[in-house]
Design a protein. Structure first.
Length: 208
């Protein structure tokens, strides 16, 4: 009986403590919250990033005009930033050595062609005389050897003339594609050495 009373006395303070816990503070604001209403719509989100770097053109979209030999710049068109169309004349060089070499190669080719014409006629003539018993077989063989040598000379002269013509053609540079002039090193009247840069063209639409 005494134990039950003690337990009851202990329980009463606990209940009283539980009843006196502080209640959660309730805060109520009176300021209006701004609300913006918009109609939903579909569209493209575009992010713009500003950075510093180097733009590299794709293969075949970066072209630099260089001098094929020592020359004087006769014409140069386009400043940095200018857009040019394919086929536009950008640079014209005056290279006397290229013209002289091309003339020499053309003369050698003409001589080789004249030689082969003579050798061909002589071989035909001696072959006919051999059939009639007038010319010897040795004469015909010598004529045939001369014809083969002349043919070899024509092939070599044709190749060297073509190489000289291709090199001389580089004295005039036309844009191989639509692009933008990004660098220009020389102006009309400048004297430049072989392989010296004159102008650089890039197609900025084709980048790596």
């Amino acid at each position: 009986m005494i134990a039950r009373r003690v337990a009851g006395l202990l329980l009463v303070p606990l209940l009283a403590a539980a009843c006196h816990r502080p209640q959660a503070e309730e805060m109520e604001t009176q300021a209006a919250v701004p609300v913006e209403v918009a109609h939903p719509r579909q569209g493209t989100l575009t992010a713009v990033i500003h950075a510093t770097g180097t733009v590299e053109a794709a293969p075949g979209a970066d072209w630099t005009v260089t001098a094929p030999a020592a020359a004087r710049v006769a014409e140069v068109h386009g400043a940095a930033g200018d857009r040019v169309r394919r086929g536009t004349l950008l640079v014209r060089l005056e290279a006397p050595t290229l013209k002289a070499d091309l003339a020499t190669r053309a003369g050698a080719l003409a001589q080789a062609q004249a030689r082969i014409d003579n050798a061909r006629r002589n071989h035909v003539r001696l072959t006919g005389l051999l059939e009639k018993g007038i010319a010897s077989r040795k004469d015909v063989e010598d004529a045939r050897k001369e014809l083969l040598d002349a043919e070899a000379d024509v092939r070599e002269a044709t190749q060297t003339h073509a190489a000289a013509a291709e090199l001389a053609a580089q004295a005039q540079a036309r844009a191989p594609f639509d692009g933008t002039v990004v660098q220009r090193w020389h102006n009309a009247g400048d004297l430049i050495d072989a392989n010296e840069h004159v102008l650089r063209l890039v197609d900025l639409r084709r980048e790596l």
